[in-house]
Design a protein around this ligand. Sequence first.
Ligand code: HEC
Ligand code: HEC
Length: 339
Amino acid sequence: MGKMDKLLFRIRLLLSTIVLLVFSALFGLVALHIGLIQHKPNNLVWKPKSITTDLEGEEKASLIKLGYDVITRTPELIGPLAEKEEMQFAGNNLTCQSCHLEAGTKPGSGSFVGVYNRFPQYRGREDKMGTLEERIDGCMERSMNGQKLPHNTLEMKGMIAYMKWLSEDVPEEKLAEYKGYVAIDLPEVKADLSKGETIFQKYCIVCHGADGQGVRPNEGALYEFPPLWGNDSYNHGAGMHRVITAAEFIKSNMPFQQATYDKPVLTDEEAYHVAAYINSFDRPQKANPEADFPKKELKPVSTPYGPWRDNFSAEQHKYGPFQPIMEYYKLTFGIEKKK
Ligand code: HEC
Ligand code: HEC
């Protein structure tokens, strides 16, 4: 090799080294950038645990899975479709998931994410401290129109284990989003059943049917679309039978798989009228409803059955307007009510 060649070779070596350095620096930046991009949304779009992907290696995996099954196939495990008659505690063929959507992981539908850590808590309906098991019994006796599920059954323990598991490691800033329902701006008018009917026809009958009885392949199967009133629905003591509560649920969750709490389909007013409409039909009656809320002044204003600690009509307690009743409790008892 001549001197010239050696020089050229060195220059080339130098150049390619520089190019290599520049490229690896760029690559590093890009990699860092991608990492950053991925890191941020991962924090923002935190998701609840999923039974299909997150159960592996869990100590109580089979109990948690049983709880999930009870919540998503309630009638088959603890209801009218259970093989053993002594396991038929639920009285209708709804599932817990009919209202606590996506097995209790959808925000704005009374999610179970975080719920475990909020119990025991004071319950006005019984005027005492209540456990999570007792709260589930509340839904068993009302939403499921059945009986209490004994607390020592594997099915109850499974539901508790599932809720505990969902409530672990939830980022502090996510807790509010998953808790309960999102409030609506309550219209200051009496709910209008004929408006409700129009909204029902436009948005709801495709799935729940014109007669509100839902759809299932046969009497031995789970509902594809659950009934909204009638014999196989929640009873008159259920939270969903209160127009304000039902309106909150409907606004954030129906039409199904379209509405979310942050992207609702209906307006507050539409949700209010249609909630009144579905609750204007006959449904099973809860036994002994007068025992609810031993301190009657704590009863939600929209509880449609008496006795109440006021002289407003049963009609107004059911369909509103609710503001005058709320105002009365504020002035008379100093109690601020939102429902
Ligand atoms: C017809 C609808 C419906 C069905 C079915 C139903 N629930 Fe509920 N559930 C409600 C409503 C309404 C509330 C009160 C939500 C609120 O006001 O934030 C509630 C509240 C709860 C809570 C307390 C949530 C909290 O954040 O404090 C638990 C736990 C619960 N239900 C469990 C169950 C279980 C378990 C089942 C099935 C055995 C079930 N529910 C079936 C409607 C229903
Ligand atoms: C695309 C189908 C679909 C549409 C449209 C729809 N729903 Fe639902 N709805 C469902 C399903 C499915 C569930 C139960 C969810 C589950 O089991 O996962 C449900 C549950 C409910 C529940 C609680 C369970 C019960 O049976 O009481 C209410 C109340 C309800 N829907 C009301 C409405 C109202 C009011 C509308 C119209 C504004 C509506 N839905 C529109 C499919 C639908």
